[in-house]
Design a protein around this ligand. Sequence first.
Ligand code: G6P
Length: 612
Amino acid sequence: MCGIVAYIGQRDVVPVIMKGLHRLEYRGYDSAGLAIHGPSGLEVYKRRGKVSELEDWVQDKNISSHIGIGHTRWATHGEPNDVNAHPHLSPDGKIAVVHNGIIENYESLRRHLLAKGYTFRSETDTEVLAVLIADFQKEHGFDLERAVRMALHRVVGAYLVAVLSTDEPNTLVVARKGSPGVIGIGDDEFLVASDATPIIEYTKRVVYLNEDELAVISDKGLTLKNLKNEQRSPEIEQLDLELTAIEKEGYPHFMLKEIYEQPKTVRDCLRGRLRANEATIKLGGIREYAEHLNRAERVVFLACGTSWHAGIVASYLFEDLCHIPATSDYASEFRYRNPVIREGDVVLVISQSGETADTLKAIDMVKERGGIVLGICNVVGSSISRETHEGVYTHSGPEIGVASTKAFTGQLAVLTLIALKLASERSTLSAMRLNQLLRDLDQVPQKIEEVLTQNDHIKAIAEQYAKVKNMLFMGRGAQFPIALEGALKLKEISYIHAEGYPSGEMKHGPIALVEEATPSLFLCFKDGNYEKVFSNIQEVKARKGKVIVIGEQGDAELEEISDAFIGVPAIDPVLMPMVSVVALQLFAYHMGVLNGRNVDQPRNLAKSVTVE
Ligand code: G6P
């Protein structure tokens, strides 16, 4: 939530910041702004709306500088407007701050500062920090670094902050707690950003900020210190990211590009791990705790959003293939219950970004209770990948579209690998069945390719249904979480109300919504639930409901009964979620586009939910 980019070096800072903000816009896009050191002090340009609006607005203002900070916002405190947009200035105009995260004790800090005679312009928590830093400078004569450090000692919450001061026009101070931050080190230039995407075209040499760490960057170089003022020498890492990975490459939207990347991303995820010919699975990320997992008496999956749906699919797989009791829970619910974690339990957290606040807090809670936590993350080096005991990366590459697609199939691929490995260790499957599943898993990328060839057909179906107001999505077994995911995708990017249900629950409520104007989408495969789902479809038809069915290619009976049919290639039901979901992603994508939505940046959403 919210993206930060800052620069100090020889270049004109304005285009660098604008380009960086465009790259970070997936993190929030209700307002944007930048602050630079101009000839007569700090200059702030900010406004409601997207980065392109800010860019157009500042274009003819003829501003330039060699140092600046920028921000794209997802509002937490105060509505998105010009005043609440970042950067925020202290009342004396000497301090400018951009902030990603949340200052939980901002009310008490605000009262303290009001009592000292300060006034506030915005409703944001961030402005409090700008005033607090300025107050430390004024009262104690601290330099910028010390004033920021002292102010952050007073703050409860999460942040990545970047701060400029008129007293030190060649210094940039950044600090992190709970929100990610990367520093790019170029030739006589430094960039700071919420992720590496604004950095890669200038340099591949980066330093990741640690928790509770503060960086002072100036013409003298980079100094890293923790909040206790202890210095550490920067560990420079080489970015493993290409520019093409974050560009649309001819696709109209990132979402479509990412849907089409799935054969490759699933292949990348399986590469080096699945050896179908030798019937083995190698998971380099889980070594020390492999035995723990092998002996687990219960497995709990924790995640939010789409990742939670991957957790439900996984819980079915683990019970079915490994005979381990398994449940999937929203991290945001789990952490506010009083959950029982016993010895012998293993918790697997799933997160694309690796930064989701609730998931991170749930990890802390499990660890405090003595549990073992393994992570399934996409973003290498993310907070969740660092906070978990061990884990497996999905290797799906940067996912820019806010609605998750390729990260989801990557999560399913990793979870299937773990389940099959465990089934092999626990001897819960016959050698024949295990080998067959491994060979079939190897075929998944090809099956996804076959689904993608149906894009035009799926678009034609979307054209027929684009104007509906409500939709139901139903499936059974492992296709139930896929129904949830289909409904989530549709509502996220088309704003059409959609509900996902296990089809067995249809008669307990959702059937009351069935009418001609409310289509139902069923996932119906030859997986032991076929007849039951088929009956549900007939029940909807009998009530004049329109039915879209995703089933196996060549299933004439199913096609006959459907108003619209999407046939996907046959594969073992255990692996079908990775294939069937692709048809739902394409359906949602076209419904969004046909309704004129910004599918890459749907309203009110953000990709990385770093506040609770
Ligand atoms: C947000 C995103 C979703 C994502 C969810 C969980 O809501 O828009 O696409 O599924 O967060 O994020 P995570 O990064 O933890 O998977």
